[in-house]
Design a protein around this ligand. Structure first.
Ligand code: COA
Length: 362
């Protein structure tokens, strides 16, 4: 029996209302709490974006410094709780480890800002802790005075990061902070709508983000670039992949009918770093893939999505591939939390309808 995929509205309506972000798929525009992405990414710090998402306003300089200090202190708290996480960080898959580690974290879930910052700190520290464990090294103790992005990168690397690289990761975290009713955010909101706790919402969202059609594409993008190897090999490799009905990772999007605006922001961030050859290969692959996909699916517009240049950027920052999706979670967790609080304010259970298409026993 064929079951058709259906787009579910929430509670019978076609769209859920939100003040957090707007994705305009036709124009390729992303608004983050009313601000165009390119006004924020690379211009505001991730901590300022956190303040914006949780309060609705860009923090003043003293507010930003207070938020930085609080988040830094909570990274230390998360670090000191590693011993209470059981065997979670021993999981072979980084997202399994992150899901298990966050699930074990005791978050009081009383004050919204503290809850959001505790979970934001935990995701970063436990992603890095898994990475260190994989290398057989102790996790570098968080530096509460560093920016969240620079500290995350330093924990990943095991030594202080280059400030330019820290800023590039900061741009990345701000870029991926929220994106309408994407799958992981929807998962978080569904759990929030049952009046469950914030940790459970984030655990559900991590599970959704793990899948390769959502947050799991950047690793495979690099596998593809490795397999292609040289710009002049892109055409043959991609033609064969499409003939075999394989999906080209990092291309296509459910909402965008033009190039994902986040791809441009991240591509610009890669330009601030070294790695020209890889960028040339990525560019040739993207252009060839877009052309071949347009020939194959003339009615669709399958262009580069956020994951394509995420892969190139995070690789240039020397972040291991296995940590790409956890790094996405480190930015997106702020959006998840803002949606959880918004959903709590709505106070209605999300219960999409299903349409039974099976037989009736006689
Ligand atoms: N490569 C090859 N074919 C693709 C494709 C891609 N990247 N994206 C979509 N298609 C094809 C599908 O195979 C399907 O073809 P068919 O009708 O012959 O079966 C058709 O386009 C529609 O696919 P569908 O999955 O319904 O489209 P969608 O709008 O739901 O897809 C994605 C959105 C993101 C799931 C899809 O583009 C994809 O799988 N991209 C690769 C994974 C990725 O980069 N994910 C990160 C998203 S941010």
């Amino acid at each position: 029996m064929k079951i058709e995929p259906i787009d579910v509205g929430l509670e019978g309506v076609v769209a859920a209302e939100t003040v957090l972000s707007q994705v305009d798929g036709e124009r390729g525009e992303l608004l983050l709490r009313g601000h165009p992405l390119d006004h924020i990414a690379g211009h505001w710090t991730f901590e300022e974006v956190i303040g914006l998402f949780l309060s609705g306003e860009r923090p003043t300089a003293p507010e930003r410094r207070a938020l930085e200090r609080r988040l830094g202190a909570l990274r230390i708290t998360a670090y000191e709780r590693i011993d209470t996480l059981g065997a979670a960080l021993d999981a072979a898959n980084a997202m399994d480890a992150l899901r298990g580690a966050v699930a074990q974290r005791d978050v009081a879930d009383e004050d919204p800002l503290t809850t959001a910052l505790e979970l934001t700190a935990s995701v970063a520290v436990y992603a890095a802790a898994w990475g260190a464990r994989q290398k057989g090294e102790p996790l570098r103790r968080p530096d509460p005075d560093a920016s969240h992005a620079a500290d995350l990168l330093s924990m990943y690397l095991g030594h202080p990061c280059d400030p330019t690289n820290g800023r590039a990761l900061d741009t990345y975290l701000a870029t991926v902070v929220d994106h309408g009713m994407n799958a992981s955010t929807f998962a978080a909101r569904v759990v929030a709508s049952t009046e469950s706790d914030a940790t459970s919402c984030v655990v559900a969202a991590i599970g959704a983000l793990k899948g390769r059609l959502h947050g799991g594409a950047p690793g495979p993008v690099l596998d593809m670039l490795d397999a292609i190897g040289r710009p002049d090999h892109a055409e043959a490799w991609l033609t064969e992949a499409l003939a075999e009905k394989r999906r080209i990772m990092g291309m296509g999007h459910r909402v965008y009918r033009v190039r994902d605006p986040r791809a441009a922001v991240l591509e610009a961030a890669v330009h601030t770093l070294r790695g020209g050859e890889r960028l040339a290969l990525a560019k040739a692959t993207e252009e060839t893939a877009a052309r071949l996909l347009a020939e194959r699916y003339p009615d669709r517009s399958l262009r580069a999505n956020v994951e394509f240049y995420t892969a190139v950027l995070l690789e240039a920052l020397e972040i291991p591939r296995a940590l790409f999706t956890p790094t996405f979670a480190a930015g997106r967790v702020v959006g998840w939390m803002a949606h959880v609080f918004e959903q709590r304010a709505v106070g209605r259970l999300i219960r999409p309808k299903s349409r039974y298409v099976g037989p009736r026993a006689t």
